[in-house]
Design a protein around this ligand. Structure first.
Ligand code: GLN
Length: 538
């Protein structure tokens, strides 16, 4: 659509957690719906190479791309909104930038020069920003800069933006500054001063915001917009209100109403059109007008923090809309689950999802939960660690192997029903060394999986180190737990089911990463269907 790629930068001011990712994804959606090929990239100013080693309490869920990159959860929003896969190039951290510059230095590529933040680090940032644009796959690249302007660690990124604006020339870049306009209830007023200051901070680094997106709990009056425009040196139509929404999926329409896409396209001297949001709005209609409801228990150890299971929660929203069902997700802390309270905590549920996870904390609660749902024939979906827990529970309580465990939890267990692949045995580095990204999975006929996917060969994304131990496969199958999906190259078991139950399935992969508004994940759709059926039967 365009001759050269255009670049939009999204910076944040005043406070963190204003939702830069959602604004970026919503804008991209509006541009995509006008025929532009848009992608979004997240630059994270922390030193970790990627969020793969971060605890979910620190940074929420780690999202995994097809190419096996462990990335920021905002990439999940990008994919869910755009239905276009992201890759390693869509998420860059300061750690990664420094690592490549230091590697170049060790190879002697700087020819004796002193290596410095400017130009070497900023050049590497600029190169990373332009990788997507130079690929020829996109007309518009939106780069979201993590953190808040004024943070020491964001400075090289803002400097790179300043330089790129010069390098790329007029009408090829656009800077959107997302800020907060707080409401002071004592004064009964919305306040613009924090925004004025954050725009000023940005200007101190030589970057002038072109557009302000103002997060607010109340509508911005015309005079307040005029004031913000005047004090912050932007056009009045470039002051965009972003009022709190009941669902993130409303934000593209809210931004459309405010004209964000028009102002952006105008600045970039690109044609604007009426976006085609028909399918999006159809999804919203179904999401907002459910005909029935189900309650699903989400059993995990990070349940107090919504962001830890972001993709799972969103996949439920997509699958709920598809079924016209409201999905109430009840977070249940696995650490506090025991035989004595399990009936009370799970007895009323229409379905149970045992979540992914790492390490020992809370696993006995997960195992108790699987036993309860298996024995009571409640629809069950186990994801990754959740699938492994289903295998261990079956081994302990049906195969009568009371010591059965995963070697992750007990490396001396007598019955390692979940074990390490030979290729993982010598691995000591934690970062980027798991079984990651897309793997093929062949499905057995006559299985839930086969009927759900309606296909023989599927691909799904992985993020785990431990695997079903095939030495036990025949024992499990003879007792009634079947392996219904496996990787054709390695023979690794990817799916287990109990055909005598109505709907019991554990998957070693992460279906939640691939659920989008346009393509709700079939496994989640079928799980909600099963829960609805169970609810009606109750
Ligand atoms: N801890 C398990 C493993 O590494 C499961 C990982 C997960 O649930 N993502 O195999």
């Amino acid at each position: 659509m365009t001759t050269n790629p255009k670049y939009i930068f999204v910076t944040g001011g005043v406070s963190s957690s204003l939702g830069k990712g959602i604004i970026a994804a919503s804008l991209a959606k509006l541009l995509q719906a006008q025929g532009y090929r848009a992608t979004i990239q997240k630059l994270d100013p922390y030193i970790n190479i990627d969020p793969g080693t971060l605890n979910p309490y620190e940074h929420g869920e780690c999202y995994v791309t097809d190419d096996g990159a462990e990335t920021d959860l905002d990439l999940g929003h990008y994919e869910r909104f755009l239905n276009v896969p992201t890759s390693q190039a869509n998420n860059v951290t300061t750690g990664r930038i420094y690592q490549s510059v230091i590697d170049q230095e060790r190879r002697g590529e700087f020819l004796g020069k002193t290596v410095q933040v400017i130009p070497h680090i900023t050049d590497e940032i600029k190169r990373r920003i332009q990788i997507l644009g130079n690929s020829g796959d996109y007309d518009i690249v939106i780069t979201e800069i993590g953190g808040t302007v004024g943070d020491i660690e964001s400075l090289p990124y803002i400097e790179a933006v300043r330089q790129l604006e010069w390098d790329l020339g007029e009408h090829n870049t656009c800077v959107i500054h997302l800020t907060l306009v707080p409401y002071l209830s004592a004064a009964g007023e919305l306040k613009t001063k924090p925004t004025q200051h954050s725009v000023k901070t940005l200007m101190e680094s030589g970057v002038q915001a072109d557009i302000l997106v103002c997060r607010t709990e109340h509508k911005l009056s015309d005079s307040l917009k005029t004031k913000l425009a005047r004090f912050c040196n932007v056009k009045k139509e470039a002051v965009i209100e972003s009022i709190d929404a009941s669902t993130i999926y409303d934000v593209p329409n809210l931004m459309l109403k405010e004209g964000l896409d028009k102002v952006v396209l105008n600045q970039l001297q690109l044609k604007s059109d009426v976006p085609d949001l028909e399918q999006w709005n159809e999804f919203l209609k179904r999401h907002k007008n459910p005909k029935s409801e189900v309650t699903i228990g989400l059993i995990g150890k990070y349940v107090e923090l919504q962001d830890s299971y972001k993709s799972i929660l969103e996949a439920f929203i997509h699958a709920g809309a598809e079924n016209e069902v409201k999905v109430n997700v009840e977070p249940i802390h696995s650490e506090y689950l025991s035989e004595s309270n399990i009936e009370f905590k799970l007895g009323h549920l229409d379905g149970v999802l045992v979540a992914p996870g790492f390490g020992e904390r809370g696993i006995e609660g997960k195992i108790a939960a699987v036993q309860f749902v298996r024995e009571n024939n409640i629809p069950f979906l186990g994801i990754c660690l959740g699938m492994q827990m289903a295998v261990i529970e079956y081994a302990r309580n049906v195969l009568k192997l009371p010591e059965a465990n995963s070697v992750e939890m007990d490396d001396k267990t007598a019955d390692p029903v979940i074990s390490l692949m030979a290729s993982q045995k010598g691995v000591t580095n934690k970062g980027g060394t798991m079984r990651l990204g897309t793997w093929d999975c062949k499905l057995e006929q006559e299985s839930i999986a086969h009927s759900v996917y309606n296909s023989e060969l599927i691909t799904e994304r992985h993020r785990h180190r431990f695997e079903f131990n095939n030495d036990y496969k025949s024992l499990f199958e003879a007792a009634g737990m079947k392996a219904t999906g496996f990787n054709p190259e390695t023979g690794l078991v990817e799916i287990v089911e109990i055909p005598t139950n109505d709907w019991f399935i554990g998957v070693q992969y992460h279906p939640e990463y691939k659920s989008t508004v346009k393509n709700p994940h079939p496994l989640f759709i079928a799980f909600i269907e099963a829960a609805l059926k169970y609810n009606k039967k109750k």
